[in-house]
Design a binder for this molecule. Sequence first.
Ligand code: BJW
Ligand code: ZN
Length: 246
Amino acid sequence: MERQLISEILVKKLKSATSVAVLTGAGISAESGVPTFRGEEGLWKKFRPEELANFNAFVSNPDLVWEWYQYRRKIIESIRPNPGHYAIAGMEKHHDTFAVITQNVDNLHIQAGSKKVHELHGNIMRNYCIDCGKGATDVTALRSGKVPRCLCGGLIRPGVVWFGEMLPEDPWRAGVQAAENAQVFFSVGTSAVVYPAADLPRIAKRAGAYLIEINIERTELSPYADEVLLGKSGEILPRIVEEAYA
Ligand code: BJW
Ligand code: ZN
């Protein structure tokens, strides 16, 4: 693939920006070995989202849904952040305000050293009881193929946000605020089709941000972006860091 140029405008904007925000999706973790959801190699070519990623599916077939999340936890436990995650973590110290807003549940931004991470869709390593809400974080104790139960008898569910569920209030509010205040906003490795997360780049743009999209292909967001950088985030982000903060 052609080497993507980092524009002078972007470098200049990053050098002077006090407030920067980054929205990430499954694509940023693809180079770490986490499957994305959509697309040719996506998780949902093999599994139907409506069968697995909603509350009714869980209640009607908890063992199947639990097994799917155990399969994904296993992948996530064995992988590490990639240069894209590290580049984002490295950007944080160059701006007064810097926020990572992620749709990912894989913890890789935190592992890479990002301090301010707003998890819009939860975290796959957190689990809680659907009846009493008690947390059950010790996933090693939850190894069996069958869905575990709380002491109260309730089913333990993964701490992720399924279709039809509200996003957790604090990360969502923080994400909107970061989008409204950003002078530069990056949308990285997301198909930008799942709402309300997909609204954030548009909110940022309306509030005056310079909007950059980084993706291996164009998305529904591309027409709104000031720049679309086509390529792998693990290659483009480190180059942006090199050029903007040199
Ligand atoms: C690379 C790369 C590389 C690859 N470098 N790039 C009808 C119309 C509009 C909205 C709705 C509707 N019906 C229902 C809704 C609302 C619904 C929604 O948006 N649906 C649309 C899909 C139609 N949203 C919700 O339900 C949300 N809640 C909500 O709206 O609450 C209000 C409400 C309450 C009650 C009733 C109705 C509304 C909740 C959404 C929760 C999403 N949850 C999931 C699963 C999480 C748990 C789990 O992990 O299992 O979150 S769905 C899944 O999609 C996951 C992701 O976070 C999310 C976004 O996907 P993402 O990250 O963009 O991944 P991909 O695979 O789509 O894209 C990867 C991209 O990377 C691609 O573009 C690649 O090209 C690129 N890429 N390699 C750079 N190396
Ligand atoms: Zn309980």
